[in-house]
Design a protein around this ligand. Structure first.
Ligand SMILES: Cc1cc2nc3c(=O)[nH]c(=O)nc-3n(C[C@H](O)[C@H](O)[C@H](O)COP(=O)(O)O)c2cc1C
Length: 82
């Protein structure tokens, strides 16, 4: 696997994180779960994913309270407009 696939997946995931924040969902970028797929190859089949599928990036989405969303927006604004 070249670095290009990882870079593309990261860009896609990042866009999904921004979109999730925009609609008020909490989210994080995940990579550690890939180790689980490597250790348990049957997971691909059990989850109904196509043969040959190799996860390299993931996102976790969830509901949060308004304060957490406000905190994330505040952090993003501070980073962007420093
Ligand atoms: C490349 C990369 C991989 C990450 N992988 C994981 C992961 O596997 N598990 C995890 O809990 N957080 C992971 N994180 C961190 C989360 O995406 C998130 O930044 C962190 O949980 C802090 O969230 P917060 O800013 O809402 O507190 C990863 C971050 C990056 C940049």
């Amino acid at each position: 696997m070249s670095g290009l696939e990882v870079a593309s997946a990261a860009c896609i995931a990042d866009t999904m994180l921004i979109a999730a924040t925009d609609i008020g969902l909490a989210s994080i970028y995940l990579c550690a779960f890939v180790e689980g797929f490597n250790a348990e190859p049957n997971l691909i089949k059990e989850l109904g994913l196509p043969d040959g599928f190799s996860p390299i990036a993931g996102i976790l989405l969830g509901y949060t309270d308004e304060l957490a969303v406000e905190r994330k927006l505040e952090i993003k604004l501070k980073v962007n407009y420093k």
